[in-house]
Structures are given as C-alpha cells and as structure tokens.
Design a protein around this ligand. Sequence first.
Ligand code: BTN
Length: 249
Amino acid sequence: RLSRLDIHPVIDSTNRELMRLAAEGAPSGSVCLAERQTAGRGRRGREWVSPFGVNVYLSLLWRYPFAPSNLGGVSLAIGAVLAEVLNDIDPEGVDVALKWPNDLLWRRRKLAGLLLEVAGESQGPCHLVVGLGLNLRMTAGQGGAIDQPWASLEEVLGDGFMVERNALVSCLLDAFMDALDHYGREGLAPFLPLWRAHDAYLGEPVRLLIGEWVIEGIHAGVGEDGSLLLDTPDGRRAFQAGEVSLRPL
Ligand code: BTN
C-alpha cells in the first residue's frame, strides 16, 4: 500500500528521484509527484515536456521478491489499468486506446505516457518505478515543443467536466497498486483481455522502428507474453518492447 508520498513543486524527474530513493532503501509503495519537471524522461531517451501545474507527473516504487526477468509484461498491465481508469471517468466511456507497449491515445493523439524502470539483481529481488505523465490542461503554448500530436484530458472530456486532479491521482495510485500486486501473483494473463479491448492499431498496417532498423507489417495484436505480433510477408513475428517504437502507416 501507499507508504510514503513526496510532492515537489519542481524536480528534475520524479522517476529519477524515486530510483535514487529506492537505492537508499525507500519502501514499496513510495510515491513521488511534481508540479513541474526540469528533465522529464520519456521512453527511448526522449524528453517528456513537463510545464508547471497543468498535468500529472507521478512515479510509484514497487518491490518484488523475484527476478527482474519476470517483469516483461508489467508495462502492458499498467497501461491496461490506466486505460480503464480514464475510461471510467465518464459513464458514457472515454474513447481511449493503447498504442503498444503502453502509450495512451485519444483520437490517435497522445494523452499519457508510461515509463517503467527496473533495477535489481538478476536472481532477484528487484524493484520497479512506474512513471506516468498525463496531460490534463496543458495549453498549446505550453505543449508547443512536443514533437507528436497530443491531447489533454480536459479537451477529451469536453465542457461541463471538471477534473479534480487530487482525486484522479488517488484513483490512479489505488488502481496501479492493485495491479502491481495482482501482477506479482498472476503475471500478465489477467490483464490481457483489458489491453486487447483498447488496442489502437489492431489489423492496421504499421511500421516498427528498432534502432536503425525498420520493419512494416499488419499489427496482429499482442502475444501472451505482451510481445507485439506483426504479420509480415515472411509470416508472423513477435517483438519485445525494449527499444521498439510503433508508428501507424
Ligand atoms: C513516454 O511516453 O515516453 C513515457 C513518458 C513518461 C513521463 C513520466 S512523467 C513522470 C515520470 N517522470 C519522468 O521523468 N518520466 C515519467
């Protein structure tokens, strides 16, 4: 459960801070939030634009007794749960979709991103920092430096909806902690139907960028281990998250 909560007006990166605290022995369930990040980190070494006071920048530390090699599916599990929490804000449902492995999209624009960082001995134990950046009420000016189409939750929900940020964060933390606990006992399997229900590009032509290497095919969903399945002229191939990036064609 939640064991420590630090809220910073400004910090370099909530993920980096929690990785530091983890190395000093911070307990599982430690949380770090910030109003602004000066060095927000995205996947694949990218920057996460983090203006003051308008979004959610959240990191959660979780410890597992087992080896880090068991965590291959955890980012999809968290992505699925994030999609569900956002979807449940509006009784009519919010049309959020997941781009493998765990980008959250609305109308093909990025609403939130997850960065999971793992550390530990190869035989275990290990720990994991789940980092969430969720756009809430960022203006075009504040998000000007973002190099891809993006959306914010207030725009998604439309007029008449007030997003109470503290309530939303508390909901997200509850859901993430439940999911991390559940994942520790049962792995990715219980989350797969949820992830698949929100798959953004299923059946569509996509391009995978793997370092300098590019491969195209039809997105055939995710495998039992959370890998991306791609139908290519050479048959069906599976890819692990790592440094892979998926783009619609
Ligand atoms: C991505 O889509 O590339 C992942 C973005 C993750 C951003 C969040 S913001 C809070 C936490 N701290 C960071 O430095 N990054 C994550």
